[in-house]
Design a protein around this ligand. Structure first.
Ligand SMILES: NC(=O)c1ccc[n+]([C@@H]2O[C@H](COP(=O)([O-])OP(=O)(O)OC[C@H]3O[C@@H](n4cnc5c(N)ncnc54)[C@H](OP(=O)(O)O)[C@@H]3O)[C@@H](O)[C@H]2O)c1
Length: 247
């Protein structure tokens, strides 16, 4: 089988975990990275893996590099996991946030999502075979004080998912959104103020989570595996909240 899975944000916390997990299953992978690749450097020379470095906001570059990869390998993209995201590292209320920063987060998270879908859906349509998982966040339903651009963009992603589920169903394309609550990640690369914000946010949220822990990477990957599997032929357009029981 020449089918391949495209994974964005593959250099990130969740993305790198998924990349290793999927690679162990022998799945052909196209890993889309931005700048930081340290978590997946060990995968660089794997036979079933190709790595594309690009900025998801640059549609022309993304399209060119994806098309070139599929031409060279003969692989046919049939699945997408889109984890890439920009965040509100500034930790400010909406009206205090610099307009350019606010726009840049919306741009990356919404237009970046549009761009990856714009590149891959034509392949999925052609083969009448496509399964997609977009990463949202539970902030799409509860909001995020001092993270309004991120929060708004995650709601937009869940909404794009619902629209595409209808538009693309007759091409046998299935699309869902996975929206986790806090995930236990390595946040050492973030600024001190943003780490402090996350720690306080997580401690507060932990008190509200009935299962009393953050989601683990394997909690997340288990849901993705199912949504992308042959067992899922009927669930589409949904947003799955992985929040340990917190509504
Ligand atoms: N971690 C959590 O607690 C949590 C909770 C709820 C939802 N989520 C969602 O789960 C997903 C994964 O989260 P995570 O913690 O793994 O995030 P992460 O570690 O911050 O990874 C995000 C990835 O997106 C990439 N990226 C950022 N801007 C990009 C651009 N312009 N073009 C291409 N790639 C770009 C980053 O690359 P560079 O670093 O090289 O820029 C990074 O590899 C995200 O969608 C997030 O919103 C996470």
């Amino acid at each position: 089988m020449n089918n391949a899975l495209v994974l964005t944000g593959a250099g990130g916390n969740v993305g790198a975990y998924l990349a290793h997990n999927l690679s162990e299953k022998g799945i052909k992978l196209v890993l889309v990275v931005h700048n930081d690749t340290h978590r997946i450097d060990d995968l660089e020379y794997c036979k079933n893996i190709r790595i594309i470095k690009t900025d998801l906001t640059d549609l022309a570059d993304l399209e060119r590099k994806l098309n070139k990869t599929f031409e060279e390998t003969g692989w046919i993209p049939s699945k997408l996991i889109h984890t890439a995201t920009a965040r509100n590292h500034n930790v400010q209320s909406m009206v205090d946030t610099d307009p350019e920063l606010w726009t840049s987060i919306i741009h990356m998270n919404v237009i970046g999502t549009y761009n990856i879908l714009r590149c891959l859906i034509p392949y999925f349509r052609k083969n009448k075979n496509g399964k997609i998982v977009l990463f949202g966040s539970n902030v799409s339903r509860i909001g995020l004080p001092k993270g309004s651009a991120y929060s708004a963009s995650k709601a937009a992603i869940a909404n794009i998912c619902r629209t595409l589920a209808s538009e693309e169903a007759h091409y046998n394309i299935i699309i869902n959104t996975v929206s986790p609550g806090p995930i236990k990640i390595d946040d050492s690369q973030y600024s001190e103020s943003y780490r402090k914000f996350r720690e306080e946010y997580y401690n507060e949220k932990l008190r509200e989570i009935p299962l009393k822990r953050c989601a683990s990477f394997s909690d997340i990957s288990g849901v993705c595996d199912f949504l992308l599997s042959d067992e899922n032929s009927y669930i589409t357009g949904e947003e799955f909240f992985i929040t340990g029981g917190k509504i």
